[in-house]
Design a protein around this ligand. Sequence first.
Ligand SMILES: C[S@@+](CC[C@H](N)C(=O)[O-])C[C@H]1O[C@@H](n2cnc3c(N)ncnc32)[C@H](O)[C@@H]1O
Length: 433
Amino acid sequence: MAANARPVSTRLASSPSQSPAPSAPSLVLLALLPIILSLLFLTFLALQNLLPRSFTLSLPFPFSLLIPQKLGGYSHKTSVESLHHTLTSLSAYRSSQQSSLSAKKRSFRTLGSTGKRYAQALGYQAKLEEITRASATNADLVDGLIGLGKRDFEGGWGWRKGAGGGRPEPGRVIEMLKHFVRDWSTEGVRERSALFTPILSQLEDLYPSMDNFERDNLRILVPGCGLGRLAYEISDLGFDVDANDYSYFIASRLIFKHTESINEHRIFPNIHSFSHHRTAQDMIREVRFPDVLPKPTLLSFQPGDFLELYRQPEVYDAVVTLFFIDTAQDIVGYLETIYRALKPGGYWINEGPLLWAGNPRMECSLDEVLHLARMIGFEQLDLRSVDSDYTGTLDGLFRYIYEAQYWVMIKPKLTLPDSDVVDPPSSSSSSSL
Ligand SMILES: C[S@@+](CC[C@H](N)C(=O)[O-])C[C@H]1O[C@@H](n2cnc3c(N)ncnc32)[C@H](O)[C@@H]1O
């Protein structure tokens, strides 16, 4: 190469001071880039809410967290926290059961020799061993749920055992096992037929002459759906159902996505307490589930906080709440969300107790809840009591019966006259409480 010849690469690598200044149009473009990207993102969000759900896209984690509305996917911060907490609690189940059984066995060993001989005659030690085996069977199912959660939710949305997820609550896992019984086993028929029948026949009465084709134009929301059996039964009548819960979605996925045959799964839901059993066998009774294989229906699961997911007005023809409204930290927010989500002329069907838990802002009596609903704009069509237990043990010596309150309300088609709808008191009249 001649001494004065300059390789092209040298020119490209020359210092910035030597590079030509960017042209004015490209500087403008650069400055506008964040705005253009934001506009594209907003268009994407808007399209997501306009398109039919089958066309919606879901972004991979962690980008999915950026999406504030339902996208036919698992996009919500609350869902992530809930999933992590569920996985943490599931992962504590086996060891917590082992230690509680060890404590029982230690206590038994302190029995005197005469007592032990009687216990032997009763088969008590054998029962303890059976409970130990049953507990291991439960723990195997629970481990399966952890695997499912990690597999189906992109590595459990970043969950790692022992890191985050809050304080493990194995008691919630026991509740989950009982919900499998309530929703998906033949043992749950008593509770389901007491509670589901009024709701399902109400929906059939409200939309009587429709065949399934017409019903699939009617959208029904079931917030706090638990393991989804009621939502499934409603969809099986032909309605288009959105089932929402911020917990339990690993468990419902087991039923809806990972079950191939009736009674494929087995658990021992009664081993967690030695109290109130009629027979020793009742405690170690195996329960199989599911009692049906869900058919394909118009049912979509939407994990997340109901208050955050359903802000869009006038989407649903009916909202069905079962043992749900008393989970509210903010009952006003719950009722307003239900009211707003309903189309004019839409129905709210509720059934459940008023068992306020946690530290809600208001803990209303029945008359207060009904009054509140009327102030928000609902018109009450029906009100009665339905007796039922909730995740009760079949044939147990203890039953906790709720006088669940069943009501139907309508969001009137026309705005009510001012005298019927009460505006919330203005802030100037609020008390110092
Ligand atoms: C008492 S359980 C009832 C479950 C089901 N409806 C049944 O009757 O079996 C209440 C349910 O509401 C859910 N939940 C509570 N607050 C919620 C919220 N803000 N958004 C969505 N789900 C919620 C809980 O995870 C739980 O599954």
